[in-house]
Design a protein around this ligand. Structure first.
Ligand SMILES: [Zn+2]
Length: 201
């Protein structure tokens, strides 16, 4: 009898909707890559962005542009990845300058559209890679891209052009910060983002 009750309870629990009140809505990050994108770099990018977003109570999911048409989203942001998103063993091009990425703005609002310059990020982190790091170069490149994406997500979701004093939302991230073991949102940005959980509603 107890077994029967237990299995009914289990069944009922399974029938409950997965999203319980208090669960933040999921933001789909649609990624359109212009050129080659290393699968290892993609995986590491997604994992790092997710990890950072989770700290601010945000749930994100990456979707490739080609697959996005077949899905429906409640909230989404779009990133176009320009250049080659794959590591190479060529010497660093030191004339690569300018921002790693940006979010488009209109009428003072930050729009959910951004661009990431893969070539710029790749050349930057080469200056911080040690010879031993080249074995996992694409993974580190992906980690760097994940931090750059998280930075722009902060601008988009908090709808602010401002930067943090430290952490991922800092105005300029060094090559070392892009690949270091850990880089998180500072508390200030976490609080700002938690107030925007209902992004897009
Ligand atoms: Zn910024």
């Amino acid at each position: 009898m107890i077994r029967l009750i237990l299995s009914i309870v289990t069944l009922l629990l399974c029938l409950l909707p997965a999203a319980t009140p208090g669960t933040p809505p999921e933001v789909a990050v649609v990624v359109q890559a212009d050129e080659v994108f290393s699968p290892q770099a993609w995986q590491a990018m997604e994992a790092e962005s997710k990890r950072i977003a989770r700290q601010a109570g945000l749930r994100i999911r990456f979707v490739e542009r080609s697959q996005a048409a077949a899905e429906e989203f409640t909230d989404l942001v779009v990133f176009r990845m320009k250049g080659r998103c794959e590591m190479d063993t060529l010497p660093a091009l030191l004339d690569e300058r300018g921002p790693f990425a940006w979010a488009f703005t209109a009428d003072g609002n930050v729009l959910p559209f951004g661009e990431v310059k893969c070539d710029r990020v790749r050349e930057s982190i080469k200056t911080a890679l040690r010879p031993a790091d080249y074995r996992k170069a694409d993974e580190l490149f992906g980690r760097a891209l994940g931090r750059v994406v998280a930075h722009e997500l902060y601008h988009m979701i908090a709808n602010t052009k401002k930067h943090g004093k430290s952490g991922v939302a800092k105005d300029a991230l060094s090559a070392q910060q892009l690949i270091s073991d850990k880089l998180d949102f500072s508390n200030h940005e976490r609080v700002a983002l938690e107030g925007k959980r209902d992004f897009g509603r």
